[in-house]
Design a protein around this ligand. Structure first.
Ligand code: SF4
Length: 253
């Protein structure tokens, strides 16, 4: 008999159709598949990561990387970026979307980092979100990838998977974020952002998911699932690769 997770992902939301064991198993498999996931945005330090993430709004990582390969060798810290100037930044990133607004934001946020933070990237959500061009998603990426905090930035892939797989349904990125944070076992939180994002980018794609190569196909309850795989596992491991550090009460439900 399947049990539903009593999630409070979004107030008033129905329980999701996965047991705690199944949720843990999904993330255990992601952990085995990608033991050390990280961002595909090229960067040389925390500051260039921040700039790359600011530039990635409405833009593919590949497109951002193409632009920053010409920019970061010339300016890899806030002071150098300010010295480079807004016009030169705009010219360097002219191939990406909203180049005008993004070059303005990068220039201004670099000025603020120099003036208020000694050229360092701050490690609090409040300080990050106060920077031009930095919203909750960007702050979450920096807190997670840069400072190792258990945050989950909801991008287009994570929003789609939260809803498609019914793991963290929500109408807004905040609802999906809240839903995932409620169900992901603690030991998996640090890497969950990249696991879900990469799964969405390379397997559970927007137009047609590649269910035939999906490592969680037997567990998945997406309406879009098209392959015929065995019924969900009845007995699931409560230890093993990827489960270290996961509180057993969360795993065993
Ligand atoms: S089985 Fe298909 S729909 Fe489900 S997670 Fe895998 S790729 Fe996505």
């Amino acid at each position: 008999m399947k049990r539903a997770v009593e999630t409070k992902a979004a107030s008033g939301a129905a329980p999701i159709p996965y047991s705690p064991e199944e949720v843990a198993e999904i993330f255990r498999r992601f952990a085995v598949q990608r033991p050390s996931p990280t961002t595909e945005l090229e960067h040389t330090n925390l500051y260039t990561l921040l700039v790359a993430v600011v530039m990635s709004a409405q833009m593919t990582d590949t497109g951002v990387n193409r632009a920053t390969r010409g920019l970061f060798p010339r300016a890899s810290d806030p002071a150098a970026m300010v010295a480079l100037g807004e016009d030169a930044i705009r010219e360097a990133i002219r191939t990406i979307t909203f180049a005008n607004a993004k070059s303005k934001n990068v220039f201004r946020l670099s000025q603020i980092l120099v003036e208020r933070y000694g050229g360092k990237v701050p490690d609090t959500r409040e300080a990050l979100e106060a920077l031009p061009g930095v919203g909750r998603k960007t702050a979450n990426v920096i807190l997670n990838t840069g400072f190792g905090k258990d945050t989950l930035a909801v991008d287009t892939h994570i929003f789609r998977l939260g809803n498609r797989l019914k793991l963290a349904p929500g109408k807004t990125p905040e609802e999906v974020e809240e839903g995932f944070l409620k169900i992901i076992p603690e030991g998996f939180l640090k890497n969950a952002h990249h696991w879900i994002l990469l799964h969405g980018r390379y397997v559970c794609k927007a137009r047609k998911p590649d269910c035939g190569i999906c490592v969680i196909a037997d567990l998945c309850r997406a309406d879009e699932k098209w392959n015929d795989v065995p019924a969900p596992l009845k007995e699931l491991p409560v230890s093993g690769p990827g489960l270290q550090g996961v509180p057993q009460d969360r795993v065993a439900g």
